[in-house]
Design a protein around this ligand. Structure first.
Ligand code: SF4
Length: 463
């Protein structure tokens, strides 16, 4: 059962420390000013804080992310507790997003294994949500950094009687097919949720049928502040979810600060997405990738390992995140896209995609290969598969290092079936004691971790 992120008595402390740290990320020069004389800056901007409240220990990049206040009994200690609960929440979401349909669940696990090496350290922040919705075709915002390369806004899925009936029918069917994980869906993907004037009506049906307030990430928070107020109030009353606002300019940030108190935005992450912001961060993907011909692109902003349902076009797309490159400029692998007529038809198509597109085991006659971004490194008693994107998979194999190396070498040639690889090694006089079951185990293990892949499954990632 999801819990509230904080006790109401801590809202003031969390909101104000958060706002102080946002100033550092949003306002050029603030960080330097605060470092030189924190008390003077606190007085100048009127923060109800002390320098101790905003003093934190540096995070150790070699350890899982964890925030520690330099003075644990200060408001900084309360804020650090909140941030650490949010970090744990991401791991909880990864578990809660597991679909109940067994084949889908297993395929998602395999994609998660692949993403660990494919996406580098970014993999740990991706929740692999099994389904998301788009309530529009295209997006009105046209952000220069759009990681999904959304086209201009062309149409909206309005809350007519007919559409409302279809919507509720689909939510019910997803609840049956995917289970509680369907409640983790968002009502946007390559769209801006608040482009749809009926967003709130769809959101309420979603909450009534699936039980969660769907997460919002919006880039137009300042477009209609009065529309936002009830949404923020609902978020704060519930207390168990986080919203995100992309902040596109320093002026937009000031506008939000004037419209909402620090306490009101305690559950809203404000993401600095403009060039001058000291904390700005863009994934180099989609429109943000303007370096295609020079250096490899990278990263993804997709967190879907499953279905993207566009309600306007009535399409369903099966997708999973990947490192953005020339063949995957939007940071996703697309396994298929179909058009559906109604809720029943959508269910049939999703079930068929699950059984036909979600490969969960390798056949003896599958030709195996490996991804070009992976490298085999031999160690004493273990092997390491290193990704050029910054992560590695380590397998303890004791005396079998040479056998594993041979398997990797044969798979890297990209022309042998699983059966042929096992037969070649068994027949070789170099490894007299090796058992075929062990080789099958090794190959299956590497395949399920996204290290080996069947030929045809590289989706444009061939060298
Ligand atoms: S980042 Fe979001 S809001 Fe901006 S263009 Fe892309 S889909 Fe639209």
């Amino acid at each position: 059962m999801r819990e509230r992120f904080f006790d109401e008595k801590d809202r003031n402390a969390i909101g104000n420390v958060k706002r102080f740290l946002e100033y550092e990320n949003m306002i050029p020069g603030f960080l330097e000013e605060a470092a030189a004389d924190p008390q003077a800056v606190i007085d100048k901007y009127g923060f109800p804080l002390t320098p101790e409240d905003v003093s934190f220990l540096p995070m150790d990049p070699a350890r899982p992310r964890h925030l520690e206040a330099r003075y644990p009994d200060s408001k900084g200690g309360i804020y650090a507790g909140f941030v650490n609960r949010k970090l744990e929440h991401v791991q909880m979401l990864v578990r809660e997003c597991a679909p109940k349909e067994p084949r889908f669940a297993r395929w998602r696990e395999e994609q998660m294994g692949r993403c660990m090496l494919d996406l580098g350290p970014q993999y740990s922040s991706i929740i692999h949500v099994p389904v998301v919705f788009e309530l529009a075709k295209g997006c009105s915002v046209g952000c220069e950094f759009c990681g999904l390369n959304a086209g201009p806004l062309r149409s909206l899925f309005r809350y007519t009687d007919e559409n409302a009936m279809l919507w509720k029918d689909i939510l019910q069917r997803l609840n049956d097919l995917i289970g509680p994980a369907a409640a983790e869906a968002t009502l946007y993907f390559a769209t801006e949720p608040l482009d749809n004037p009926d967003y709130e009506l769809f959101m309420r049906d979603f909450r009534d049928i699936l039980g969660n307030l769907p997460q919002i990430t919006t880039a137009v928070s300042a477009r209609n502040i009065e529309r936002l107020r009830p949404l923020i109030k609902e978020l704060n009353d519930d207390g168990r979810f986080i919203y995100r606002f992309s902040v596109l300019s320093e002026e937009m940030y000031h506008e939000l600060c004037r419209a909402f108190t620090a306490e009101e935005l305690a559950l809203v992450e404000l993401l600095p997405q403009y060039e001058q912001a000291p904390g700005n961060h863009f994934a180099v993907t989609g429109r943000c990738d303007d370096t295609k011909d020079e250096i490899p692109a990278g990263g993804t902003i997709s967190c879907v390992t499953g279905f993207i349902i566009n309600m306007c076009e009535k399409t369903v797309t099966l997708s999973t995140p990947t490192w953005a490159d020339a063949a995957h400029s939007e940071g996703q692998i697309v396994y298929g896209k179909e058009t559906f007529k109604d809720g029943a038809d959508l269910q049939v198509r999703m079930e068929r995609m699950i059984s036909e597109k979600m490969k969960v085991y390798i056949e003896p006659d599958d030709i195996l290969c490996t991804y070009p971004y992976l490298k085999y490194v031999k160690d004493e008693g273990s092997v390491r598969i290193e990704s050029e994107h910054g992560t590695a998979f380590v397998l303890e194999v004791n005396d079998d290092v040479n056998i594993v190396e041979k398997v990797f070498e044969l798979v890297s040639e990209g022309c042998y079936t699983r059966r042929e690889i096992v037969t070649k090694i068994i027949k070789s006089s170099e490894y007299p004691a090796v058992q075929s079951q062990y080789l099958f185990y090794l190959i299956n293990r590497f395949w399920s971790k996204g290290i080996f892949v069947e030929k045809g499954g590289l989706h444009g990632k061939e060298v």
